[in-house]
Design a protein around this ligand. Structure first.
Ligand SMILES: Nc1ncnc2c1ncn2[C@@H]1O[C@H](COP(=O)(O)OP(=O)(O)OP(=O)(O)O)[C@@H](O)[C@H]1O
Ligand SMILES: [Mg+2]
Length: 485
């Protein structure tokens, strides 16, 4: 016999936002499908008082007709309807309006029903008799999320149309200025210096400049100039002839030739040695260079983009960077603001990475609980967009259901310990349930560290492989290879 459903079996429910995350205040329209006239009427009164526009249907067919005739921001759907049940109707509703959040209403809920409905795409469950405040909070949060998703889609479309950016998002004033500048400078062959803290998106902006330039079909060649000793860097950039140095057993082309006709992206330029700086300056001035140990001049047509996460002017003042090269590179500067200075981009980026990692891992779309989203917006992000991306990827991997709660974010982001978060989210769960959540998480983290090699993980846990496999099955852990390097 399935256990009757309790409040604690519900998917992680979110606390009400005072206003939707993105400040959207468009009045939302709600469809109520319930066979009990009393329920329809009381919901209609409750929701109208909150300024929602409400339509009601007494059974599924009528609901389907209404969905055919108008767009809704949310559906409240009774599970036990005469004729087709709520569970039967859910996929048909989703087929008509795939993005509409559906909250199921039921007096006879079981855990199985919850699981099935959530799998079929329901947002949440509400039990009769409900608590008005909680229901309104759930509705507000679902509608806010729906508006945010719609806005994201709209923004992505605009960015794609206006700038031909496919994987860059942002809506803050400062990023919109960056996008305009990128669109403006992309078609020329001018050198661009991209400045910003680590993880702010310097490389992705460099790629966007290339992709929006007439050179887009030629190579984009990135090189991290800071990570190499001078001699290796020079032979990588300029190539060498056979015998130029002891290990030069054959001649080799340099990246300036590889990038011919395209773009060379000099990353972390501040740490490049002074000698190499002089050689680069020469290529920038003459568009010519020689292989190491060679005597022939080679002419190239390469556009240079450079990036730095330190203040190059300061490096010039300290004599670590050539002033003449600085002025050559600094023809146009794109300054990428740190993420904490453009918090309005955080929900948008979070949504972008949720979609990216769910699809990369073949998982159904995940959503952030209101608490989790708040924690993300409030955090200071010293590692900027990259740190946010990592946090979301981890949340997606660790989540076992459609909602990523604050407990799945790293503790230093939410400002509370994993244990606190667990206990807050599952106040009435049994110790065994809580231990399962912990066990599941520890196993996933170990597997991640072992690059999903189960034999290695079992060895490190000092348990037989078969025991680990049983646990993986019981805890419903999806085994996968890491998506991206
Ligand atoms: N505006 C954005 N929209 C979508 N993704 C972004 C955006 N900005 C950065 N990213 C993503 O964040 C990650 C870090 O970006 P990127 O590597 O371009 O930063 P960076 O400034 O070069 O960092 P570092 O200084 O550490 O090299 C990348 O995965 C990138 O795709
Ligand atoms: Mg970079």
């Amino acid at each position: 016999m399935p256990e009757p459903m309790t409040e604690d079996d519900l998917p992680l429910s979110s606390t009400p936002p005072e206003s939707p995350v993105n400040g959207n205040t468009i009045p939302a329209s709600i469809l109520v499908v319930d066979d009990e006239a009393g329920i329809r009427e009381s919901l209609e009164v409750l929701l109208s008082l909150e300024n929602y526009s409400v339509k009601t249907a007494a059974e599924g067919e009528e609901g389907l007709r209404l969905l055919d005739s108008a767009t809704f921001d949310l559906v409240l759907l009774d599970l036990a309807l005469p004729g087709q049940s709520g569970l039967d109707l859910l996929p048909q509703f989703k087929e008509r309006q795939p993005d509409v959040p559906v909250i199921m209403i039921t007096a006879y809920g079981t855990v199985e029903n919850v699981v099935e409905a959530i799998r079929a795409g329901a947002e949440n469950f509400v039990q009769k008799p409900w608590d008005n405040e909680k229901l309104l909070a759930d509705i507000r949060s679902a509608v806010a999320r729906r508006h945010a998703e719609e806005e994201n889609l709209q923004l992505k479309r605009t960015l794609k149309q206006r700038y031909n950016f496919t994987n860059i998002v942002g809506k803050s004033e400062s990023m919109l200025r960056v996008f305009d500048l990128v669109a403006q400078v992309a078609p020329s062959r001018s050198t661009v210096l991209i400045q910003g803290e680590s993880g702010t998106g310097k490389e992705i902006i460099a790629k966007a400049i290339h992709a929006n330039s007439p050179r887009k079909d030629k190579p984009f060649v990135p090189i991290n100039t800071g990570a190499m000793p001078s001699e290796l860097l020079e032979s990588t950039l300029f190539g060498h002839v056979k015998g130029a140095f002891t290990s030069a057993v054959a001649s080799k082309k340099g990246l300036f030739e590889v990038a011919n006709g395209g773009t060379l992206f000099l990353d972390e330029i501040a740490t490049m040695g002074l000698d190499t700086q002089a050689k680069i300056l020469r290529v920038l001035q003459d568009k010519r260079f020689m292989h190491l140990g060679g005597i022939q001049e080679i002419q190239v047509d390469v556009r240079i983009l450079a990036a730095t996460n330190v203040d190059l002017r300061q490096a010039v003042r300290e004599g670590r960077f050539r002033e003449d090269l600085f002025y050559r590179l600094n023809v146009i500067t794109v300054d990428l603001p740190p993420l904490r200075a453009r918090r309005e981009d955080i929900p948008l980026l979070a949504q972008h990475f949720l979609e990216l990692y769910a699809s990369e891992n073949g998982l159904a779309p995940r959503k952030l609980s209101t608490d989790a989203m708040r924690a993300l917006v409030d955090y200071d992000w010293p590692g900027n967009v990259r740190e946010l991306e990592n946090a979301i990827e981890r949340g997606v991997v660790l989540s076992s259901g459609p909602i990523i709660g604050a407990d799945l974010l790293p503790g230093h982001i939410t400002g509370r310990s994993f244990q606190d978060a667990l206990l807050e989210h599952n106040p009435n769960s049994s110790l065994f349930d809580i231990l399962e959540v912990i066990e599941r998480r520890i196993i996933i983290e170990k597997l991640e560290r072992c690059n999903w090699n189960q034999t290695d993980a079992a060895e490190q846990f000092r348990i037989p492989l078969s025991t680990l496999n049983q646990k993986i099955k019981r805890l419903n852990i999806e085994i996968r290879k890491k998506g991206r390097e």
